[in-house]
Each structure stands twice: as C-alpha cells, then as structure tokens.
Unconditional design. Structure first.
Length: 259
C-alpha cells in the first residue's frame, strides 16, 4: 500500500492509496508526517487529505490479529503510531481539509474527523464497527464524535456499529459540505485555495482556539483569546485586513508576515 504527497505551491495534497479501500499504511503515516512538517513553511496555507474510491477503511484486521501475541506494552506502542498520526493532523499549524469519496471506517473515520473541514460525496458512509470485532474505538474517535453529535447517535455508531450516511451527519454539522460523487477532491481543492489566500497566523490561532475551546475552562480561553487579539492588533495581517476593508478592496495577505 502506498500514499503520496503532492505540493501545489500554496497547499498540499496527501493522496491515500486506493488499495484495500485505503487501509492505513506506513506510507500514509510517512506522507502525513511530511505534510505536517511542510505545513510549518510560510508559503503553505492548507493541506488536503484524500483517498481513492473509499477514503480510508482503517486498520487491516489481518494485521491487528497478530497483535494478540504481543505484550500489552507492545500493543500500546503500536497504537501510539496511530495516535501520532491523528495528532499530527489535529495539531497541524494550518487548516486540514478531508475530501471523502465512498466513506470512512474505523481509524479512517478518526483520521477524517481529526481534519478541520470535511467535504464528502453524497451517499458516502461512515462507520465505526469495532464492536463487531470485539474491539473498542481508537484514534480519539469517541472524543471527535461526542463533541459534534448527540449521545444517542454516537452510541448508534459505536455501540451498535451501524454505518451512517453523509447526509445524516451533515444534518448534525459534522460535515462542512456535500459534493456530487466524484467531485469531493475538486471541491476540497477549491476550499484549500481559498484558505491559502487568507491570513496564515490568524488562521493558525483560530484553529488552536477552536481545538481547545470545548475542553478548556472559560477563563483560560478568555485569556488566550485576549492574548491573540492583542498580538493580532499590532501585526501586519490586521493592518492589511483592516485597510482593505476600509478601502473596499480585496485583501492581499503576505504569507511571511507576522510569522
């Protein structure tokens, strides 16, 4: 199985392999790690994560069954590789957009929900059928689902192992946009291009705030927002943004400003 990283100049695309319905592989982990490193460059404003006919089917059960012979600490270490990948996407300094055809399952769903915005084809299905194999969710899946969905729907997905459609999840706000089948990547790229034209520092700070907001005390978020706002008011991005607004012209944010 293989994955590749494509550099589009102002944004990156990580293409997951279509083999075995995009099952997780070492090459995907490597490509995502490389993307996370490159995303720290000022010229990069976004990256898109996509697959083939099926976004990502998660872990290969033929591989997972071999872990029965491992010691507990070895199994924890193996799962830690998945956690590092999820963390790299969640904590990337730029917005990450998932472009999903077919659907996402298991840890593939965890990966999709670690992204900041999801564009999914109509009719695609999302599932977390760990329970049917006597397993429990990983990759922070219960965290991601519970922040966005009603408890009963999270239980349906995780406890009953039922697949749900993009249309149902979009109705609960878990999906940013629905595309026609085959058009998810094109719509995600258009979104990435728009994001890449924005104020990079402000976007990075907004992502950090939103990621922390639900689980942090009110005063902590209030103080962090105050710090970011005060810093932004003295920066070049705000100078350009405010000037453009007052002059009724398009903004022209320079990637290396305020970095």
């Amino acid at each position: 199985m293989s994955a590749r990283l494509e550099d589009k100049g102002s944004y990156l695309i990580v293409h997951n392999s279509d083999e075995k319905r995009g099952a997780l592989s070492a090459s995907l982990v490597e490509a995502l790690t490389q993307a996370a490193v490159l995303a720290c460059e000022p010229r990069i404003g976004c990256f898109v994560l996509t697959g083939g006919a099926f976004f990502c089917s998660g872990g290969d059960l033929n591989v997972l069954i071999t872990r029965r012979e491992m010691q507990l600490d070895e199994r924890i270490s193996s799962i830690g590789v998945l956690n590092d990948m999820i963390r790299a996407v969640h904590d990337a300094p730029v917005p990450v957009v998932a472009a999903i055809e077919g659907g996402a399952a298991g840890a593939g769903l965890s990966l999709a929900l670690a992204c900041d915005l999801v564009v999914a084809a109509k009719g695609a299905q999302f599932s977390a059928a760990y329970v049917k194999a006597g397993l429990t969710p990983d990759g922070a899946l219960t965290h991601s689902l519970s922040r966005a969905l009603p408890r009963q729907l999270v239980m349906e997905i995780c406890l009953l192992g039922r697949a749900v459609t993009t249309e149902k999840l979009a109705g609960h706000g878990l999906i940013y946009a629905l595309s026609e089948p085959g058009a998810a990547l094109a719509e995600a790229e258009a979104l990435a291009q728009m994001i890449a034209k924005g104020p990079r520092v402000a976007q990075s700070r907004i992502k950090a705030l939103v990621n922390r907001a639900v689980d942090s005390p009110f005063e902590d978020i209030l103080n962090q927002e105050t710090k970011y706002m005060a810093e932004a008011q003295g920066g070049q991005e705000a100078a350009e943004g405010i000037s453009a607004f007052l002059q009724k012209r398009a903004t022209n944010f320079e990637p290396d400003k305020d970095a």
